[in-house]
Design a protein around this ligand. Structure first.
Ligand SMILES: Nc1ncnc2c1ncn2[C@@H]1O[C@H](COP(=O)(O)OP(=O)(O)O)[C@@H](O)[C@H]1O
Ligand SMILES: [Mg+2]
Length: 284
């Protein structure tokens, strides 16, 4: 369970990005954080793992107060928080497998990771995860040879390899076309359900948020202005979050999407990992 208590962030520029945000995300819950550009969504998820240092307030994960941890304690608790970014943040000239294994760098010793030698168990787990996200056969491809959707799948596999309990996901679909966006959101939801993970997903696309999250938190100018079920996002609520606009199309899109999702196929059938023993040996 993740708890934020009166979290505030004031940047050195004077911008107050978070103005006392309190919320609890239970284990297993998929929460979408929506709001206009500049509302503080990225700041919020970065304060959770202290990539951004909060100005005041508390963050606790499973009873551990993250905001009080030393650097060393922070390194340990960060392993429980998988981060997935909009720009995928892959190392372009490394292979898919190497990018995924870099998710274990917090665990593997420095020299071992420097020489890119990883324990056999990690490599086997990475093959299994790549299979699960639909990238079997791509292990040796360079990251810069992949499509946007494939790159995001690598990002997801990398985040999962550290075996987190919480996913922090910042605009996962911002660089993707609508169909790929849905596939990625569906995959994220499936993985969270399979593994009982909680997730905070920052997403500016309201219809996507409604389709795939079980809870929506609306942020405006650093404050929570909505916290409830996806169906509660009426035109009034959307105006409270985003300001005056015609919401009829957004609401129709969300309704159509929910219906399509209800009878949709699973994103990716449970893979039977076909582990290439020879290549596995070469990596360990
Ligand atoms: N590194 C930073 N330095 C100064 N101000 C920042 C920084 N990052 C974000 N801000 C400001 O904080 C506010 C919230 O930004 P952000 O968290 O990126 O919002 P969102 O992700 O919802 O677009 C904005 O006013 C933004 O300009
Ligand atoms: Mg942002």
């Amino acid at each position: 369970m993740l708890t934020l208590d009166a979290l505030t962030k004031q940047y050195h520029t004077g911008d107050r990005a978070l103005k006392g945000v309190s919320l609890t995300v239970p284990q297993g819950q998929i929460m979408a954080l929506i709001g206009p550009s500049g509302a503080g969504k990225s700041t919020l998820i970065r304060c959770v793992n202290r990539l951004v240092e909060p100005t005041s307030g508390k963050v606790a994960l499973d009873g551990v107060e993250i905001t009080r941890l030393s650097r060393r304690g922070l390194r340990q608790v960060r392993r429980k928080m998988g981060m997935i970014f909009q720009e995928f943040a892959l190392v372009e000239r490394l292979t898919v497998m190497e990018n995924v294994l870099s998710g274990r760098l917090g665990y593997v010793g420095f020299w071992r990771s420097w020489f890119r030698r990883f324990p056999a168990g990690d490599v086997a787990a990475a093959f299994t995860l790549l299979d699960r996200v639909g990238l079997t056969g791509f292990e040796d491809k360079r990251a810069d040879a992949l499509s946007g959707g494939q790159r995001q799948r690598v990002g997801i596999a990398r985040a999962l390899l550290q075996d987190p309990t919480l996913l922090l996901v910042d605009e996962p679909t911002a660089s993707l076309d609508p169909k790929t966006s849905r596939q990625i959101m569906r995959l994220l939801r499936e993985l969270c359900r399979e593994r009982g993970l909680a997730a905070i997903i920052n997403i500016h696309d309201v219809a996507l948020a409604q389709m795939f999250a079980e809870r929506i938190v609306g942020l405006r100018a650093g404050e929570i202005v909505y916290d409830g079920v996806p169906d509660g996002l009426s035109a009034d609520v959307l105006t409270r979050i985003y300001g005056e606009e015609d919401w009829s199309q957004t609401i129709r899109a969300a309704e159509a999407g929910e219906e399509a999702e209800a009878d949709g196929e699973p994103e990716h059938p449970h893979g039977t990992a076909s582990i290439d023993r020879e290549r596995l040996a070469g990596l360990t």
